[in-house]
Design a binder for this molecule. Sequence first.
Ligand SMILES: *Cc1c(COP(=O)(O)O)cnc(C)c1O
Length: 389
Amino acid sequence: MNHSFQPDLLLDALRKVLPSSGDCPLHEPLFCGNENKYVQECVDTGWVSSVGKFVDRFEADLAAYTGVKRAVAVVNGTAALHVCLILSDVQPDDEVLVPALTFIATANAVTYCRAVPHFVDSSEKTLGVDPEALDAYLAEISEIRADGCYNRKTGRRIRAVVPMHTFGHPVDMDKMIAVCGKYRLALVEDAAESVGSFYKEKHTGNFGHIAAMSFNGNKTITTGGGGAVLTNDEELGKLAKHITTQAKLPHRWAYAHDRIGYNYRMPNINAALGCAQLETLPAFVEKKRRLAEKYRKALENVPGVTFFVEPEFAKSNYWLNAILLDKEIADKRDYVLEALNDAGISSRPTWDLMYTMPMFKGCPRMDCKVAEDIGRRLVNLPSSVRLGE
Ligand SMILES: *Cc1c(COP(=O)(O)O)cnc(C)c1O
């Protein structure tokens, strides 16, 4: 081997950052605030289910923290994405641009609207959608007609784009907004991983006309299962609440509904957990950033690996820490994964690219050479909040 990569140096460096005993999961939840008290209150009062004061409070607290006009709590992040796409007027047979490098939910939500995911490449700097590459690609394959942007190859309308803030690192949203204006695309942020992440002082989820967030058990804060729809458009916010609660018209006893609705609301008992977690979120983000800094320093002089740092315009929550192996040793990735996992350090490759999945194989896509390269070389490291204490 002509490259100086030594997995032992990587292991030693990681051992300096991580606790010396016990296995280290990739991301575990932390409950150190009012969780017990609030959940107990739900049980004691019987308000465990679909309405209750914690749902209202969670929505208000989340809107206040992120700075959006309206937050609507839902059952999970995937449902939140589905609602975002419905409210972006995604119609059957439309195309929706989504990153090739994302968690499956981003692409699945598109299919729930009977629309077609169209996969786009990532930026090396953010790991999310590359707005410049997207602009060049759309210039080549699309044309603007009276009712929007059309894919000249497939003849389908391209309705929206869903940038995802990968591992909490924000996409370059100024450039993304410019591309959306130029090609008349609805901008839907997949902010599932980015609660606590800011782009130029503003929280993620504020930049499109609507955004989805997740509070699954492996995310920075959790409601058990849960998600939210965020928007700065009051009317859209009201509609999001309406369609996630079966589109029932308010009335003392009548069951009247004015459109197809969904039972996507977050139960009060989950929102209770969420209220307590939101109280601790600012401290969590500081701890996660401290952990990232510890990793960065420890890995600085380890040959063969580069710790991924936030882009200069962002303050990231560092939801999942990541290293990139040098290109020359990309083929050693599984060997690295094996060595780390054997040592009790949970580490994972990133997601398989969306167009490698059987159900998305025939979907339109651009040349995703950056996403493919990242996919080969990236390894996620243990990132639980408690590791930053
Ligand atoms: C977690 C996640 C989701 C889905 O959230 P769930 O709450 O698990 O449904 C969607 N998109 C991305 C990028 C995610 O990481």
